[in-house]
Write a protein that binds this ligand. Structure first.
Ligand SMILES: Nc1ncnc2c1ncn2[C@@H]1O[C@H](COP(=O)(O)OP(=O)(O)OP(=O)(O)O)[C@@H](O)[C@H]1O
Ligand SMILES: [Mg+2]
Length: 435
């Protein structure tokens, strides 16, 4: 580098002074982590030998066919563009495409190179820019953008300014390139995180949906099992008993038809809204009583049934989901007592114990078999129903009678307002953890 007269027209600058200036630029931009602060610093430091009213750094993005601009001193439409702009409309597209080494103009407002059909050149007039000087930013021989200086006055720049401008551009190119790559990597990481979060959200949603569907499937399966299958089994037994008779009495046929009608109604009820119609019609207490009466009505030998509620009607106050679950468990326990226990008495009771609601179904039958049958029948259904409403379930020998006792204990949190209370409890726990 030799003596230069590239400053504002005053005395030539010594090579040493130039080097000092470049060092200052280099130090000023080092550590700037975004383009806006970087161009601000460049503007502050280069004014000494490159006078300007406006300065901008233009960066190629995408597949080099778009660009963004960051500017200092004056704000124009170039820097305000919210999205990348096509290179094809840039007034300095020849530089961005590597077709020209620089552009120097004494008056950009009348320079035809900046004004073509579709050119994004309004800012030249809006900001009253006349003298302009543009040089490319290059990394490994490839153009990555351009550095531009503009003044309101005409004919400010001359050839010696071009050389200095290119030195500054070369000094900054690698830094700008690294900043750009860092920004791209950061944006890619943010996009990746967003995609991941979206996929995770979908996955969680799908999981919840699958769980809900699975619960619904289980519930309908259990309703069909507890209600319809039990009714059909009873009808089948009655038909078997009648099969060997020479004459079928009209009463028996009427009973069968009635039972079949009831079974069909129940099936319709399960299909229509999956809610036991007796609960809808009579509420929990009377629903259980009706269930007991109906279950023993068609039995060949008398079975004593007792229902006691010492809770003052807590069953009727339960949320519908809980009522249905307890009703279905009672139904299966009663069916089992009739089917397997050869019981002469079945007691159902609803009581409160340590703030928990306790439902029990006891029989005085032969008791559970010694060996556990390994099958997914009604006992498993009862257990699942209890789990779904956060209740404890057990089936064991009865303490008061020789037979079997099925017990469901619903904790107070679940009885107060059902699932909503459980959700509340979870939120409380979350809040405690957060604080
Ligand atoms: N109250 C009871 N007294 C005596 N044995 C019982 C009683 N409840 C259940 N069992 C025994 O437990 C077994 C399993 O009952 P579970 O309800 O799971 O199936 P299941 O009644 O045989 O068939 P499903 O309920 O599918 O119609 C029964 O086969 C029976 O041997
Ligand atoms: Mg059963």
């Amino acid at each position: 580098m030799t003596e230069s007269s590239a400053n504002t027209g005053a005395s030539p600058i010594s090579t040493e002074a130039m080097l000092q200036r470049f060092l200052l630029i280099s130090r000023a931009v080092a550590g700037q982590l975004d383009f806006q602060s970087l161009i601000q610093k460049v503007s502050e430091e280069v004014g000494f030998f490159l006078p300007h009213d406006h300065i901008d750094v233009c960066i190629l993005t995408g597949d080099q066919d778009m660009h963004v601009a960051y500017e200092a001193r004056l704000h124009t439409g170039w820097g305000d563009a919210p999205d990348p702009v096509p290179v094809s409309v840039s007034p300095i597209r020849s530089i961005l495409r590597g077709e020209e080494a620089f552009i120097l103009t004494a008056d950009a407002q009348c320079d035809e190179r900046f004004h073509f059909v579709g050119a994004f050149s309004d800012p030249i007039f809006d900001a009253r820019l006349r003298s302009r000087l543009h040089v490319p930013l290059q990394v490994e021989g490839k153009v990555i953008g351009a550095l531009s200086y503009s003044c309101h006055a005409r004919s400010v720049y001359e050839d010696s300014h071009v050389t200095i401008a290119q030195y500054v551009a070369d000094l900054l190119s690698s830094y700008i390139h690294a900043l750009h790559q860092g920004e791209r990597a950061r944006n890619a990481a943010i996009r990746q995180a967003e995609i991941h979060a979206h996929a995770e959200g979908l996955r969680a949603g799908a999981l919840r949906l699958t769980e809900a569907l699975e619960q619904e499937r289980q519930r309908i399966g259990m309703d069909l099992h507890d209600q319809t299958l039990a009714d059909l089994t009873r009808l089948n037994h009655s038909l078997r008993r009648l099969r060997n008779r020479p004459m079928i009495p009209g009463d028996a046929l009427n009973q069968l038809t009635d039972d079949l009608e009831v079974s069909l109604q129940e099936l319709r009820s399960i299909i229509e809204d999956a809610r036991p119609s007796v609960l809808q019609l009579f509420g929990f207490d009377q629903g259980i009583e009706a269930l007991l009466e109906r279950a023993v009505a068609s039995q060949p030998r008398a079975i004593d049934i007792h229902y006691s509620d010492t809770t003052g009607g807590a069953g009727n106050d339960l949320q519908e989901t809980l009522q249905i679950a307890l009703f279905r468990i009672t139904q299966e326990a009663v069916n089992n007592a009739i089917k397997h226990a050869d019981a002469s008495r079945i007691d159902v009771s609803l009581s409160l114990k340590d703030d928990s609601l306790c439902l029990s179904v006891s029989d005085d039958g032969r008791g559970l078999p010694e060996e556990d049958a390994d099958h997914l029948g009604g006992i498993e259904n009862m257990r699942t129903r209890a789990t779904l409403i956060s209740a404890e379930f057990c089936i064991a020998p009865c303490s008061k009678m020789p037979g079997t006792c099925v017990r469901v204990i619903l904790p107070e949190t679940a009885t107060r307002s059902g699932i909503a209370a459980l959700d509340e409890q979870t939120e409380d726990q979350d809040a405690r953890i957060d604080s």
